[in-house]
Design a protein around this ligand. Sequence first.
Ligand code: ADP
Length: 575
Amino acid sequence: MNNAAGSPRSVELRYRHRVKEQELERQAQVAQLLLDAARVLGETLEPEPVYERFHDLLAGVIQHDGVIVSSYDEDEGLIRCDYAWTDGARLDPTTLPPLPLNQKGEGMQSRVIVTGEPLLVNDVAEVVQRPGGTYYDVDREGTIRRIPDSGETETRAAMMIPVKQEGRVIGVVQLMSSSVQYAPDQLELVEGLVGQMAAAVRNARLQKERRRLEAAEAAARAAAAEREKAANVLQAVGDGIFLLDDDGIVRLWNSAAEIATGLRTEGVRDRDIGEVFPDWPAIAGKIPIAEDGASAPSVTLPVGLGERELWLSFVAVRSADGIVYAFRDLTSERRLDEEKSDLIATISHELRTPMASVYGAAETLRLRHDDLSDEQERKLVEMISTQAARLAQITEDVLLATRLDRGDLTLEEEPVDVGELARATVDTMRSQLPSATELEVEVAADVGAASGARDRIQQVFVNLLDNAIKYGSGPFTVRVEAADGVVRILVGDSGPGIAPAEQQRIFEKFYRSGPQLTRAQGGTGLGLYISRELVRRMGGRLEVRSEPGAGATFVVELPRARERLAQGGSPLDAG
Ligand code: ADP
């Protein structure tokens, strides 16, 4: 009987079996190793430690004296070192110079990148002698030596494995040994590890990029929230705030700025500041700009806005986006200040004269009583009486103006026959005027009653006639007429008239025009202010028409009294 086990064929079969088993075992080991590698490499989320672990794994399975992991940048055509280890020491990869890719594939790294195929070289010393490629040796101190020019290399064997991503070569891993030779199955094993490492590095980079994006997004969100908070604060602050960019364009205009100027944000934003404040070039030069967190001094300046003039207190600070101006509207404070000083000036001037007269007359009567004739005495007493009346009038005017300002003056509304009132007032005044004075009253037919307070309408009348006589000259005319639902009263004179620039100002409190006039004619500058305010409170208005040199006509319009409707005509008569 043949011993099958001993036959050459069975020996060969057993041998084949054995080889197969060994191969399977090896493959299982490789698979296990790669699995472990995937787990170990996948644990870290930073590219750096991935290289370290990759190298640890390599050290366990394959002898080597040097490892270099490089990446290839297609756009720049450069090969850069990411990780380097040689003779037992890590090197700083940035100290190794980036190498340009050799497009012809000369040089081992370049060949791997160009072909995408791994390379196994067991005769490195010979290969580096060939022309075309560039070869370096690096020692553990990081000293780079170009070979073969500066001597021979000790490296015997090298493996070069491409690192790929979606089919493209993005790097090379080099493994070198000066003592052993590398076999193809070792190359296969390293290729597997490189694949795992590339995946782990890619994953780590993606994670890093994701974290960077998340952080950037969070920072952007935080900045946006901060900006929104700042914008809300800016909207809420009481000061007007606007931001001018470097070209003088308004980029921000808060609600307080809207309120102070009456200009809506929509109409101002993205416009040149010169279109908003016409006299900006002159204003801007007067506002100091605080730099670098220095405290900003404020300046108060007049700013023309159409018909209006505002007094704004400005502070300016330079910021990254331009210049931030904060302003406060001090117009009413300023007016109040002016009024206060006007009041003091008027009172001191206007009260002093009559008071001095009263005092002088009273003293004369007291000290020289016995020397005075009856006539002299009568004149002194008369002077005291007139000047006291003047004092009372001034006091009355000041108090009335204050009550009008405070709004605590109530006026009884009643139907007033203005035509009759005009005639009566003119008659009373005429008796105090020289007989030659030309003073005409004309009342149109069917004027009807006005609505208002009779004594206040008379007060306005007297004031306007007084002024006409004081500042103008005859002939004087008073006309009462009806128009458009109002009763109109015109008081005209033929005097010097009022310059256009003065025509609004004469209605301001304490305003008196013409210094010589002011001194010659006593007055507080309150008459027209009080008259206009009284007429307004009766629902009417008071204006002036005047051509300089051609007299002035003051026009009062009062609403017609409702009673007229009730008494007679149809509602349409109301005009
Ligand atoms: P006062 O008479 O006390 O000065 P008013 O308010 O009554 O105060 O008048 C203000 C100013 O208006 C006067 O100082 C005067 O310059 C001017 N004015 C008023 N009426 C006339 C007029 N008919 N003609 C010219 N100027 C006038």
